[in-house]
Design a protein around this ligand. Structure first.
Ligand SMILES: [Cu+2]
Length: 174
């Protein structure tokens, strides 16, 4: 056996395998999109373009009376910090992570939604009663994990204000 040829072959193979690691946006990104489908999202450009830009975060009213809530989990906070939703209507939650694995857990309910970087987690929630539901992160995500908290404020349906873009992340009643 010619060891020189084997060595050249192995090094060439290694070099070829390393190319995708240096070409994330040209090779890995499109490939991941293809493999994972539409629930895949690039965690590095969340704030720049797409569904999770700042103006889209928070509560959005849908035509059928339900609401859609978009959130980002990141070390060590949930964005927006406070979410206003009406009671008794379906809440479609869409949440993704900008960095590590987190878990949005709503105290006083059975809801816990795991968030992963690169994936949009979808959950269907509904709050029969009004009140403030404190949320915590239940997945250890680093030094500031224990301070990672936020809140869902559930108000009566008739008191839920019409939210314009840019106001969706605010938790104040007009
Ligand atoms: Cu955490």
């Amino acid at each position: 056996m010619n060891w020189r040829k084997v060595r050249i072959f192995v090094f060439t193979l290694l070099a070829l395998c390393l190319i995708p690691a240096t070409r994330y946006y040209q090779i890995d990104e499109p490939l991941l999109k293809l493999l994972r489908g539409s629930n895949h999202i690039d965690p590095l450009s969340l704030h720049l373009s797409g569904e999770f830009v700042e103006n889209n975060l928070g509560t959005e009213q849908d035509a059928d009376g339900s609401v859609t809530v978009r959130m980002i989990a990141q070390q060590y906070l949930f964005v927006p910090h406070c979410i206003l939703v009406p009671a008794g209507v379906p809440v479609h939650l869409k949440i993704t992570s900008a960095d590590a694995v987190h878990s949005l857990t709503l105290n006083g309910t059975n809801y816990a939604v795991k968030t992963l970087p690169g994936t949009v987690s979808l959950a269907e929630l509904q709050f029969p009663r009004t009140g403030d539901y404190k949320t915590v992160c239940r997945e250890f995500c680093g030094a500031g994990h224990y301070a990672m908290r936020s809140e869902f404020k559930v108000v009566p349906r008739d008191q839920f204000p019409a939210l314009r873009a840019g106001e969706r992340g605010a938790c104040v009643l007009q």
